[in-house]
Design a protein around this ligand. Sequence first.
Ligand code: AMP
Length: 398
Amino acid sequence: MNIFIINSGSSSIKYQLFAWPNEQPLCSGLVERIGDEQATITHRVFGGETPTEQHLTLPLPDHAAGLREVVRLLTAAPGGVLQDLSEVAVVGHRVVHGGDRFTAATVIDAAVKAEIRRLFALAPLHNPANLVGIEVAEQVFPAARQVAVFDTAFHQTLPDYAFRYALPTPLYTEHGIRKYGFHGTSHQYVAAQAAAYLGRPEARLITLHLGNGCSAAAVRDDKSLDTSMGFSPLAGLVMGTRTGDLDPTILLHLQDALGYAPADVATVLNKQSGMLGLTGANDMRDIGVARAAGDPAATLAYNLYAYRIRQYVGAYTAVLGGLDALVFTAGVGENDALVRQLVCQDMGFFGLVLNEQLNQQRQPGLRDLSAPESRAKILVVPTNEELEIARQCAGLGG
Ligand code: AMP
């Protein structure tokens, strides 16, 4: 059978098709600028020595039109990977917010869709786009089973003292204000890979997902014990354009003393802060080049970014009662040797000692960057959220 994974955004659809049970990726792609006369599709087919890539520019009025075009590419010759759409048995959807109802992958029915809709209030940027993806996939793949895999689900194992805020209780009981955490699929995947590498399912792990968005998680026994994102994906680490942790009084000050409207506050915190706010650039590659040239803003930004991560490493080592491995993943975590170096600097007292030479080398797959004297391992584990979603869909059986 085949499993088709969809990650539907407000104007984009990311997709990947797997042959199952051998977990073989058949093709993947990205539809962008949906709603535009000049929408684009990048479609990559695996199978030969090197993947073949097709680029299309075409008008796509909505998500349905985008997905129909993708389906045409799946079955069209040359390069088609399916004879017929009925070969897709399962469609797995990445859904950002599952609230506190969904703790695992879930077969989608009317009640599940209603709950995803109810959660629009908590994830106004993501859940509406995710639901559009589901409804379009139901039309395009009517015979397939539709499954939702929630970004929040992995963190539903947090104890109450970790997920509650010290706010008046009704704000939690009546309005759902609590920590949910995000990037769960990625944390779960890399933690499982790391635990398998260590040969110890019960290993105490800190996973650092450092991409455009960044989050840390404390994981043991395939369970998340704490994570740095909170009620929304704004909390915690410094990110490409998001602040991470800050004193909430700053929000009030922006509004009351500086005259910002609430929407402007949201824009500053989500889109104009983080590395972008500190340096004017949000891609670590550009900031790394500026830092190497001695740019003071880039130097400060790297130091602040790494300092915040180090604070969480300290906190989560305490949460876990020790540490067996620190795991770096996602665009920055997998590629930026300087970030890893700054994070691990002078961490010998936590048992973390980086092998500087290995840290500089670029290699695919899981990498162990620990020095021989390091008590805890320092690992790079490439994330693969699509594969993890497909595995969870397959794990539902039936
Ligand atoms: P992701 O969200 O996992 O796709 O990560 C995207 C981010 O990874 C980009 O914004 C870059 O800042 C960062 N990134 C990608 N490649 C590199 C690299 N070679 N060195 C440093 N940062 C990188």
